[in-house]
Design a protein around this ligand. Sequence first.
Ligand code: ADP
Length: 738
Amino acid sequence: MSDNYVKVQLEQMKSLGEAGEKEGVDNEEQVPVSPPSADPPSITISSSDVSNTSITSRQRGKSRSKLVKDDKNSTGKSISDLSLHGSVVSAPAGKNLNRPGLERTLHIKGTGKTLQGKSENNGNYVTIQPSKNIQEARREEALKLTRKRRPVTVDTAKAKTSLEALKISIKQLKWKEFPLGRRAPCDIYWHGVSFHDNEHIVSGQVNKFPGMIEMLRKINLSRAMRTMQELFPDEYDFYPRSWILPEEYQQFSTQIRMVKEKDPTLNPTFIVKPDGGSQGDGIYLIRDPSELRVMAGSQAKQSVVQEYIHRPLLIDKLKFDIRLYVLIKSLEPLEIYIAKEGLTRFCTEPYQEPSQKNLTHVFMHLTNYSLNVHSGNFVHSDSQNTGSKRTLSSVLYRLAAKGVDIKRVWSDIIALVIKTSIAVVPELKVYYQAEIPPGKPGPTCFQILGFDILLMKNLKPVLLEVNSNPSMRIEHEQEMSPGVFEYVPSPVDEEVKVGVIRDTLRLMDPGLKKPAVSQTRPGGTERGEEIPMEAETPARSPDDGALPSLCLKQVYPKYTKQFNCLRLVERTAALFIRFLGVKGNMRLGPTAFRTFIRTCKLSNSNFTMASVDILYIDITRRWSGAAPDSREAGMGLQAFVEAFFHLAGRRFKSLPLKEQVFSLLELCEAQLDSQSTIEDRRSVSCSRALSRGVKTQTPGLTANSQLGSPAPLRRAASQDYRLHQKLRPRTLRANVEN
Ligand code: ADP
């Protein structure tokens, strides 16, 4: 790519990006809806998108030929057909987009192919239409590749309850399964629980991130969301107000007392959830702090108490929630995919707003499958659109039929997923660098998460929790005769979960050419890189021929422009990681904290090093009280973030918090940049003198590809942030909508 070409592309992107920002970026956000189908479903093709196609086990053999036929329809198009469905990557809608003579890029939807050429005055493409011969040559090349490629190997020894769905997926992909593991390394390791299910993996890819379980426990997630709520209250209003017990018991009871004193007619309800709990275990509703259940030592158990959403959207008079599968494909660059199909789980007792009488009715208030399955009213159904567990698309279809603006609902859900991921990524990066420090051999990671989302009566989605290990079981327990249970296939689960696992594997295929995503990092895109506006289908693997198109849709970096400005904590975490020093460490000692202050030149006569030490001791002591079981001493990321906010507040008193933090980040990063430049210069002159190429490495900016964060990109981050400041907070939602 010539420099000139890059320049033109960048300029175009800049002007278009700004135009796009104001007008919304994507008119093609497809909503996964599927109309009711005959029972049992065999192949589901959503009304809007063939990518929802999937097969149930019973009909698998029969459906094969149809799948192949469908695929032919989508891939056997001529280039001119395809270009009709293509989208202009560097030029979304806009007046100045069809300027004559400019290089343009045409992305062919569903193929991962990109055409480049010059546009005529009327904006039509006139050059570079691959001829039939070229197409044939490409096809042959792909075929040769298929013959040459060895099958991708998957270690399934630790897959646990996801094994059944995983086996089906591997079979569909014609990959090779190692059910007992093997001595030689595999390409992919599928773990049922955590990153550590297999020890000593030094290569390949693991389907779990280190630290994900810890990060998504209820207390940690609430803390991360609260930090984001402090910075961006309007953007993070989808997470219910939460208090952490026992440490915030006083705040909780004082706030509730004040609310009730202000308006005695108010009688809010709260839901109490034990920290490590799942499947509704130990959850209960209260209307007054005095109703909190205490442990033996008269302290409330480690839990989260949360505002109860008392007006959920009902279908058939029943409360339901959405289980959405989300793939975190990589941390650096951040890549997020959402499954177009999900599940909805229904309560089994008609809903009534909470009252003292019905607070204990779990089948009315809790949507957990594991609880409701024990209700006499639970309906197991082979159909996707009836019963107590249905597909998301069938529910959306039903809502659309009632006139609900499901496009808006879907785009709000996408925004919720991106924002939540942005909230948890900083801590994940700390775990990642501790587990696989720069320079140490290790696998790369990806992970499927289960987002539990409730729709309020006004259709606003609310995040309930994120599961690090969403159930991938495709059978359910059924009582065959009194007291005798058996696992029987569940077509609805299979429909959704096999698609998610299979397509996750397809995206992680080590033989795939990496799409040109690249180093998007907090706040920007790398020079010369394009933002892939239509990157939902990666470069196809040659074996993909007979498979339906992907059910996973890329939402990040697709929506980088709208959401990158929210990644301030991630930038703070990058500073934290840089000063951690010792490999494998997750906490900052007092000396490292002092070094950070000195290097970034944050002390002065008003804020002496003695005050720095006091600040360190103060905050660290409070946080060690908050996590008494933590064995490691020192300042963790959350404590560092608090210290950083405090420093930002001292330095930039008159600004709102997010601007204080932004300004301090700029200041620190500028200091570090100038230091790195000096170090680089020294190292160059040193290496010249020694005639040896030993280059100084800047801590934190080393070989680890999942954590890198070069300086020029940070400047782009700042530009994004400034641009965001000009926009009204609500635009973030509006932009994904269309
Ligand atoms: P668990 O991990 O035990 O399933 P959740 O946070 O998912 O815990 O809560 C269990 C169920 O309780 C949810 O599926 C939902 O039906 C209900 N629920 C949880 N939080 C709220 C809330 N803030 N408002 C209303 N209902 C809630």
